[in-house]
Write a protein that binds this ligand. Structure first.
Ligand SMILES: NC(=O)c1ccc[n+]([C@@H]2O[C@H](COP(=O)([O-])OP(=O)(O)OC[C@H]3O[C@@H](n4cnc5c(N)ncnc54)[C@H](O)[C@@H]3O)[C@@H](O)[C@H]2O)c1
Ligand SMILES: [Zn+2]
Ligand SMILES: [Zn+2]
Length: 391
């Protein structure tokens, strides 16, 4: 089959690779109808995530048709149309039982690597380095889906791929980012990053009762999409974010702050951001934590800082003193996608939200090398790329 493979920093190539096979009786094989490129894939593309190997198949946002099932998969049959959550989860361990699927104890065969890096291993993830299990991803013709009796969700035919595909990641991720803020009716939520995750966080915060959402980015079309979703906006290349947020909240600060940017934040010349960049380039630190610092400084006393943005390793000069003295709560995590798919599909079916709004670049899977670059460089108004075979 054809698959999009990682061949080192900024190199993605469409290769002929062996078809996946059922290896375990709880596996299914899915023929991919649509797959998307995620901001998280850019961390791989830009060489931020260790333990990638040349030839690894990319992609953790995908859906398609079940073409083969193992004997123990009773809930799916050949021909079912499914969306596949990006974390791989067994459904039976302590964390799965507690609905914390991205922390599954049984899905990362390279747990020893993650234990060295993080103290404990999180779940396996499709197409996301050997630290998260070395699983082949879904930017391919077919994918093997382990624990297929737990993850995949069947979706009705009348909804298009673009309306349901993002149940695999970015819709639940934006939603969990907002849910972690424990929003009270009327709260003001500030959201850094108007990429796809930020866009879903904006809409989710409003669905969860926020009175105001203030979204921060510098890319005009992303700010415009945030406004279309009901947010006020701040262009961080034009105004000082702290001053602006204080002005707009009577000096109190937002009730909660969401970092939907993560480890590759740009800093527009701010001293801390310049230092981050130098340190990242010289391997003295990995993460550029400019946004997280700003969120901690801006958040109102006793507020919550929610971090769906991905961090990898060591970030420094995090203002712990501010967090401690202001009594902040900090929450973060890879999304527990399986815990959200059913209820968010119901929201789509009810017409509360149509996730296809975020797609700006439908493309063919073979266009992946060019689309990765375009998405990384935010050229041509790109916000979300969806790849289909032979489009
Ligand atoms: N927790 C999870 O499970 C999970 C799942 C999916 C994605 N993510 C992470 O969420 C983050 C966003 O993903 P995305 O797909 O939206 O990515 P994206 O690259 O499309 O968007 C990031 C946005 O952040 C903006 N930005 C950069 N520096 C900024 C700053 N200083 N202030 C405000 N905005 C700034 C960029 O202009 C861009 O629009 C990534 O770190 C991604 O890895 C996490
Ligand atoms: Zn993703
Ligand atoms: Zn588990």
């Amino acid at each position: 089959m054809k698959a999009n493979c990682w061949y080192g920093k900024t190199t993605v190539s469409v290769e002929e690779v062996p078809d996946p096979q059922i290896l375990n009786q709880r596996d299914a094989i899915v023929k991919i109808s649509s797959t998307a490129i995620c901001g998280s894939d850019l961390h791989l593309y830009n060489g931020f995530i260790p333990t990638m190997q040349r030839g690894d198949i990319l992609g953790h946002e995908f859906m398609g048709e079940v073409v083969e099932v193992g004997r123990e998969v009773k809930n799916l049959k050949i021909g079912d149309r499914v969306v596949v959550p990006f974390p791989i989860a067994c459904g039976k361990c302590y964390f799965c039982k507690e609905q914390m699927f991205s922390l599954c104890e049984n899905s990362n065969p390279n747990a020893w690597m993650a234990e060295k890096a993080f103290g404990h291993a999180a779940a396996g993830i499709f197409g996301y380095s050997h630290l998260t299990g070395g699983y082949a991803g879904g930017q391919a013709e077919y994918a093997r889906v382990p624990f297929a009796d737990v993850g995949p969700i069947k979706v009705p035919e009348y909804l298009s791929d673009e309306q349901v595909l993002f149940l695999s990641d970015i819709f639940p991720t934006g939603y969990m980012g907002a849910e972690m803020c424990d929003i009270k009716p009327g709260d003001t939520i500030a959201i850094w990053g108007c990429g796809p995750v930020g866009q879903f966080a904006i809409r989710s915060a409003l669905m969860l009762g926020a009175g105001r959402v203030i979204a921060i980015d510098e890319i005009p079309e992303r700010l415009a999409m945030a406004e279309a979703g009901g947010a006020e906006t701040i262009d961080f290349s034009k105004s000082d974010v702290y001053d602006e947020l204080m002005k707009r909240t009577g000096k109190r600060g937002p009730d909660s702050c969401i970092d939907a940017v993560g480890c590759e934040a740009s800093g527009h010349g701010a001293a801390d951001a310049v230092l981050d960049k130098v340190k990242a380039a010289t391997f003295l630190a990995i993460d550029r934590v400019h946004v997280l610092r700003q969120a901690i400084m801006c958040c109102r006393k006793a507020g919550t800082v929610s971090i769906p943005g991905v961090y990898v390793g060591l970030g420094d000069k995090i203002p712990l003193g501010a967090a401690m003295n202001k009594g902040l709560t900090i929450k973060t995590g890879q999304t527990h996608v399986q815990a959200y798919t059913k209820s968010l599909l119901q929201r789509i079916e009810a017409g509360d939200i149509d996730p296809s709004f975020v797609v700006t670049h439908p493309a063919s899977r073979e266009d992946a090398p060019a689309m990765y670059k375009k998405f990384r460089d935010k050229e041509d108004g790109v916000i979300k790329v969806v790849l289909r075979p032979g489009r």
